[in-house]
Design a protein around this ligand. Structure first.
Ligand code: HEC
Length: 151
């Protein structure tokens, strides 16, 4: 968590004007906003759209996204692991979910590099994205499908 905090400092400066414009925002929302800023700064969402082709067989995004082999990936950045209602996750994923682990950029990067190293016995049968740029671009693309709710 420390690492991500340091990495976020730059984005925090960028995001702070909007993040604190509304005094009723919770720290959770600010944190999610910072994650989004970081993701969008670190990768190229347009390039990430092409990388997402590797995920499309199992995952959907956008309006009307539904579960396929995997759950839809809207609002994934900053969300808790395994939170899409109605999807039957692996026991490994549920155990981490119960620990309160969140899809930070750091965790997403680790999972996408080699899913089985991050969650032993995950149901996601995908070998992983080897290239750092592919991961960063993909995460930036996912960020464009994440909205921070301002209630
Ligand atoms: C062969 C099907 C398949 C492919 C390809 C695949 N996934 Fe998955 N994905 C799954 C399944 C199944 C799960 C649920 C894993 C579990 O329960 O352990 C999952 C889970 C996830 C989660 C966690 C979702 C949540 O609700 O917590 C993320 C994030 C994710 N995948 C991203 C990706 C990305 C990005 C790609 C492309 C690089 C990808 N996946 C490729 C099947 C797939």
């Amino acid at each position: 968590m420390k690492l991500i905090t340091y990495a976020l400092t730059g984005a925090f400066m960028l995001a702070s004007t909007t993040a604190f414009a509304e005094s009723h925002e919770t720290p959770g929302e600010n944190m999610q906003l910072m994650m989004l800023e970081t993701a969008l700064a670190a990768g190229d969402a347009e390039a990430g759209k092409k990388v997402f082709k590797k995920c499309k067989a199992c995952h959907t995004l956008g309006e009307g996204a539904k579960s396929r082999t995997g759950p839809p990936l809207n609002n994934i950045i900053g969300a808790g692991l395994g939170e899409f209602e109605g999807f039957k996750y692996s026991k490994g994923m549920m155990a981490m979910s119960e620990e309160g682990i969140v899809w930070t950029i750091e965790n997403l990067t680790a999972f996408l590099t080699k899913p089985r190293n991050f969650i032993a016995k995950t149901k996601m049968s995908y070998s992983g994205l080897k290239k750092e740029a592919d991961r960063a671009n993909l995460i930036a693309y996912l960020a464009t499908f994440t909205t921070v709710e301002d209630e």
